[in-house]
Design a protein around this ligand. Structure first.
Ligand SMILES: [Zn+2]
Length: 223
């Protein structure tokens, strides 16, 4: 049976690191609406023009189009073991769209995992973040250090500090995330689908908590 999980959590929670580990341990697919939109922009000039016009007008891609793009991407992927949704849904309306997507695929949502951590810890983590300008890999001086200082493990490029990682903008993004996603968190809590993990620990310890939780969710899914 395919496992369907939603990952939520503020910036600095380490969602993408956790997702990568879980994907490789369980053979899951991983969908991030941000990545899907970026891919579409790169491959479809018509979409690119439409999207740029939206941004210029100060708008975002509407829920219906986002839903269609996501469904298209899921249908074109191998989801035999299941998948993780990362960065979606962000609103109750999108959560309802997700229910329709899953219904169409004959699947059910097994759990929503919320990665929580104190704001100050998130700020500390993110201000120590370095990114490879060539391949996009993210390093963190507190947890995921490069093997050679300031050099990307994968491609050898010189790492740079992420430009958006200014303390104040991190605090703003952190608070905005919590405020904006609160309704959807409550929506899933009411349905008994919400699981919270405190990720104020090392990557290894956090991942162990996640894996224990996923095993619990899986056994519930089978019974
Ligand atoms: Zn690199």
């Amino acid at each position: 049976m395919a496992l369907v999980l939603v990952f939520m959590g503020p910036p600095g929670a380490g969602k993408s690191t956790m997702a990568k580990k879980l994907v490789s341990d369980y053979g899951l697919a991983h969908f991030s609406t941000g990545d899907i939109i970026r891919e579409k922009i790169a491959s479809d000039p018509e979409f690119k023009a439409e999207f740029e016009a939206l941004i210029k007008a100060g708008k975002l891609l509407d829920d219906e189009r986002t839903k269609q793009l996501l469904l298209e991407k899921i249908k074109a992927s191998d989801i035999s073991n299941g998948f993780i949704l990362d960065g979606y849904p962000r609103t109750v309306n999108q959560a309802k769209d997700l229910e329709e997507i899953l219904k169409e695929l004959g699947l059910e949502l097994n759990g929503v995992i919320y990665f929580s951590l104190p704001e100050d810890v998130a700020v500390e983590r993110l201000t120590q973040r370095l990114q490879c300008p060539k391949c996009g890999k993210i390093y963190n001086l507190a947890s995921v250090r490069p093997k050679v200082d300031n050099i990307c493990d994968d491609c050898g490029a010189k790492l740079v500090a992420r430009s958006d990682d200014e303390t104040e903008s991190i605090r703003t993004r952190f608070r905005e995330y919590e405020a904006k996603t609160k309704p959807v968190v409550e929506y899933y809590r009411e349905q008994g689908l919400l699981y919270e993990i405190d990720v104020n620990d090392t990557v290894e310890a956090n991942y162990k908590k996640l894996k224990d939780l996923v095993e619990k969710i899986k056994s519930k899914e089978i019974t």
